[in-house]
Write a protein that binds this ligand. Structure first.
Ligand SMILES: [Zn+2]
Length: 108
């Protein structure tokens, strides 16, 4: 199993072309990525404060990109889409591209 075997779509609802999140610790699994809505359901997280850029406010009203219990943005490398950046090493320009992707397909 390598990253290029995992399509960049939500493993739960199948949404593509949208921002996806992944577990901080485990991401080399089919269906490992989820859209914001499916991540919120899966982690029982409140994403009502979520901005279209993907960040939301944590319980202390601080800006975070993490949904629930450590689901982090699945940001692809611009140079090699097979590469998903580690959460602490995402280059700013790659994060900006991820931020421009819609949160969801229907009413974004
Ligand atoms: Zn989904």
């Amino acid at each position: 199993m390598s990253l290029d075997d995992i399509p960049y779509v939500c493993g739960d609802c199948g949404a593509g072309g949208v921002k996806l999140w992944r577990s901080y610790s485990m991401f080399l699994r089919p269906g490992a990525y989820k859209c914001a809505d499916c991540t919120a359901v899966y982690r029982e997280a409140d994403i009502s404060t979520q901005h279209p850029d993907g960040w939301l406010l944590d319980k202390d009203d601080r800006k975070t990109y993490i949904i629930g219990d450590w689901w982090v943005p699945a940001v692809q490398s611009l140079d090699d889409p097979e590469v998903i950046w580690g959460y602490t090493s995402i280059p700013t320009e790659d994060l900006v591209v991820w931020e421009t992707m819609p949160l969801r397909n229907n009413n974004d």
